[in-house]
Design a protein around this ligand. Structure first.
Ligand SMILES: NC(=O)c1ccc[n+]([C@@H]2O[C@H](COP(=O)([O-])OP(=O)(O)OC[C@H]3O[C@@H](n4cnc5c(N)ncnc54)[C@H](O)[C@@H]3O)[C@@H](O)[C@H]2O)c1
Length: 275
């Protein structure tokens, strides 16, 4: 009898065995699981060696230690993703430690309240720099490595708020996340024939530490915020960092080898609702 042969590209077992994942924004804004922290740990559990980068070196080290605590491999790097020199240094440390970069995961994003009247020019510039220019800088430094390898997968974290009004007046955030989508598509198409893919994940309303520090100001209290965001989701509850992380592992893996330039909504269906 012929042994069972799994379909090509659908091999069982760890999806990222032998790969190296460089995660910018791998810490978390507080205790618990942010999207970037969960993604870094999920990449490691899928077989990747992980470089956890964060402007908050302690937060990056927490993620690193969780991964090492599970007997898996990771290093941490303190770097500000808005500074080219810092990004270059992080890429250099990744290559020195592990010799290659297979996955570039851009998680860093900040939120600011306000429409054009309330938003200051400085806030607009800051949000665009942290959320959008950062991805230009990381791609600028990592793409030459991936081109040399002839392979790579880029996962950029956008937001449902970049393509829909989700009830929040945050024009700078929405515009910056829209830029993430078009930037990703541009990179995806330019390098598609050279073994490099780039995709976005667009989370909807997620229950991460980030919302308690950056979104709660929209509500009377954190409890009100949680209740309102659960109600907003068609599923009756917010998603969490693991929902983003599981999507990220899939997009980074060979199982998504023919998926390029997409905006994957991880939002419980919220994008399709019109009431
Ligand atoms: N939580 C949600 O509901 C939601 C919804 C849609 C999109 N998102 C997106 O998910 C991403 C973040 O989610 P999270 O829960 O992991 O947030 P988080 O704030 O917990 O994590 C972001 C990490 O990035 C780090 N960081 C901030 N500025 C940095 C800089 N200049 N350089 C390097 N690191 C920096 C922070 O220290 C933090 O550890 C953001 O892009 C956010 O816009 C979140």
């Amino acid at each position: 009898m012929t042994a069972f042969q799994p379909p090509r590209g659908n091999a069982p077992g760890p999806q990222l065995e032998g790969r190296v994942a460089l995660v910018f924004g791998a810490g978390s804004a507080g205790d618990g699981w942010g999207n970037g922290k969960a993604s870094a740990v999920a990449y490691a559990r899928a077989g990747a060696r992980v470089v956890a980068v964060d402007v908050d070196g302690d937060a990056a080290a927490v993620t690193r230690d969780i991964i090492r605590g599970e007997g898996l491999e990771a290093i941490s790097v303190a770097a500000d993703v808005t500074r080219l020199a810092d990004v270059q240094q992080a890429v250099g440390q990744a290559l020195a430690a592990f010799g290659r970069i297979d996955v570039l995961h851009n998680n860093v994003g900040i939120t600011s309240q306000g429409g054009p009247i309330e938003t200051t020019e400085d806030t607009w510039d800051r949000v665009m720099t942290v959320n959008a220019k950062s991805m230009f800088l990381t791609c600028k430094c990592v793409l030459p490595v991936m081109l040399e390898q002839g392979s790579g997968a880029i996962v950029n974290i956008g937001a449902l708020g970049g393509v829909r009004w989700t009830g929040y007046a945050y024009c700078a955030y929405a515009a910056s996340k829209g830029a993430v989508n078009s930037f990703t598509q541009s990179v995806a198409l330019q390098y598609a024939a050279q073994g490099i893919r780039a995709n976005c994940i667009l989370p909807g309303v997620m229950d991460t530490p980030h919302i308690y520090s950056q979104i709660s100001g929209f509500y009377a209290s954190p409890d009100d915020m949680v209740a309102a965001r659960n109600k907003l989701s068609p599923t009756g509850r917010m998603g969490d960092g693991w929902d983003v992380a599981n999507a990220a592992v899939f997009l980074a893996s060979d199982q998504a080898r023919y998926i390029n330039g997409v905006e994957l909504l991880v939002d419980g269906g919220l994008h399709a609702r019109c009431n």
